[in-house]
Design a protein around this ligand. Structure first.
Ligand code: AIR
Length: 192
């Protein structure tokens, strides 16, 4: 395993951005429900963020790099190399949205709680992986469309599969086989 790369384990799910239940509902002019539950999401305060990060392993990866097949590794390693050069902790996993949909869902659901802040997802042909990850997390997801031996139309199949997400569930998309750019973008997001 390369330096800067970390293999993380699965951990029990915890709701992303979960809040304590001891705050008065309906405060600050927000509409409230009859049972004292605010009907609109409250802004995440700094204290909430730091408490969310409390107890996290300082060595926890911040970027998850996932790909649909081992055959994608050569292309996706370029994202790992770029993050390593920048000193950004990351992990690399192979998981297919079609062959192992439950693994993908679990990974995405647990990603924030495990300390990940950006996910890079690469796949070829019917490249559902970035969208499948985005369906289960509110972390930013950057898709990498990959060309390969099975591609149709020179990679356009994967590009369209990644770009054409339904309204409300976006994924970013870098150029064909450009995993390095995904890493640069991930680094920029982390620096925001
Ligand atoms: N793939 C795997 N599961 C779903 C998809 N779209 C993609 C992989 C890889 C291609 O199928 O991302 O680019 C071929 O995979 P393999 O394992 O047959 O080499």
């Amino acid at each position: 395993m390369a330096a800067g790369e970390k293999q993380g384990g699965a951990e029990p799910e915890r709701g992303a951005g979960a809040r304590g239940g001891d705050e008065p509902a309906g405060s600050e002019g927000r509409p409230s429900g009859t049972s004292g539950i605010s009907l609109v999401p409250e802004p995440v305060e700094e204290a909430d963020v730091s408490s969310e990060l409390e107890g996290l392993d300082v060595d926890a990866p911040r970027v998850g790099i996932v790909m649909g097949s081992k055959s994608d590794m050569e292309a996706m390693e370029k994202a790992g190399s770029e993050l390593k050069e920048r000193g950004i902790l990351h992990e690399m996993r192979v998981m297919s949205a079609h062959r192992e949909p439950d693994v993908v869902a679990e990974y995405a659901k647990n990603a924030r709680m495990r300390g990940l802040r950006v996910i890079i997802a690469g796949a070829g042909i019917s490249a559902a992986l970035p969208g499948a990850v985005a369906a289960h997390t509110d972390l930013p997801v950057i898709g990498v469309p990959l060309s390969g031996r099975l591609t149709a139309a020179g990679g356009l199949d994967a590009i369209l599969s990644i770009v054409q997400m339904p309204p409300g569930v976006p994924v970013g998309c870098v150029g064909l086989d450009n995993a390095r750019n995904a890493a640069v973008l991930a680094a920029q997001i982390l620096a925001c």
